[in-house]
Design a protein around this ligand. Sequence first.
Ligand SMILES: NC(=O)c1ccc[n+]([C@@H]2O[C@H](COP(=O)([O-])OP(=O)(O)OC[C@H]3O[C@@H](n4cnc5c(N)ncnc54)[C@H](O)[C@@H]3O)[C@@H](O)[C@H]2O)c1
Length: 267
Amino acid sequence: MFNHLLLQGKVAVVTGAASGLGFAAARRMAEAGAAVVIADRAEAGEQAAERLRQEGGRALFVQVDVTSVDDTKAMIDRAEEAFGGVDILVNNAGVYPRSLMRDTTVELWEKVMAVNLRGAFLACQAAEPALVRRGGGTIVNLGSSHTTIGLPELFAYSVSKGGLLTMTRNLAGALARYRIRVNCVNPGWVATEGELAERAAQGQTVEWLSDKGKTLPLGRMQTADDTAALIVFLASDLATQITGQFIQIDGGKEVASMFDDRSLHTE
Ligand SMILES: NC(=O)c1ccc[n+]([C@@H]2O[C@H](COP(=O)([O-])OP(=O)(O)OC[C@H]3O[C@@H](n4cnc5c(N)ncnc54)[C@H](O)[C@@H]3O)[C@@H](O)[C@H]2O)c1
C-alpha cells in the first residue's frame, strides 16, 4: 500500500512549477512515478523540466500564462498529447505583493485576482473534461495560512486565497460524481525565491526569517518539501476518500496563536 511509486502511471500538470513550491511538488511527483507538465510563464520552466528528466523523471515544459483562456486550454491539450491524459492538476501559480487595503490600487487588486483566482478557475475549467475522460482525478489548490483572515498587508492576497478555498469546496461537491477530488493545502511560511524577494524588499534576510521560524511551535520555517509531501499524498490513491478539505502546513502556528495572549493562561 505505501509504495514509493505512489503516482505511477499518473499524469500531473503543475502551474507555476518553474520554481518554488510548484517545482518541489513537480519534482516529488516525478519521483513518485508521475509524468509531469511544468506549466509556467517563465522560460526557466524549461531548465526545471530538464532537471527532472536528468533525475530520471518524465517532464515537459509548457509556457503558460494562467490568466489566459487559450493558454490554459493549450496546457491541458499538450499534457494529453504528450502523456495520454491528465489525472492531477496542481493550481500553484500565485503572486503575493504586500499592500494594505488603503494602498491597494485597482491594478494590484486585479493582478492578484487574475493570477491567484482566475488562473485557478481557468485551469480547473480546462482540466475538467480531461479528468472526466480518465474516469476521475484530483485537483490540489495552493491556499495559504492567510486564507481565512490574513495579515492586513496581505489584503488582496488573503481575499484571493479565501476565494480559492470556496472554489475548492464548491468544486469538490460539484465534481465528486465524476470521481474528481478537490483539496487545498495551506503552507505557512517557506523561503522560496518569490517569498525571499518580497521579504528582501522589506529588509528581511533569510537569516532573520530562519530565526523567526525557530519561534514557531514546531521550531522551524516550513520547507517546500513539507508542502510537496502533502500534495503527493492528496494526489495519490491513498487519499481517494478525501475531498473538499484544506490542511494547514504551518508548524502549529494557527493552533498555538491563542497562547500569544498571556492574559488567557497562567502556565
Ligand atoms: N512561499 C510561501 O511562504 C507561501 C506560503 C503560502 C502559500 N504560498 C503559495 O504557494 C504558491 C507558490 O508560491 P512560491 O512561494 O513558490 O512562489 P514563487 O514566486 O517562488 O513561484 C511562483 C511561480 O509561479 C509562476 N507564475 C506567476 N504568475 C504566473 C502566471 N500568470 N502564469 C503562469 N505562471 C505564473 C512564476 O513564474 C513562478 O515560477 C503561490 O500560490 C503562493 O501563494 C506560498
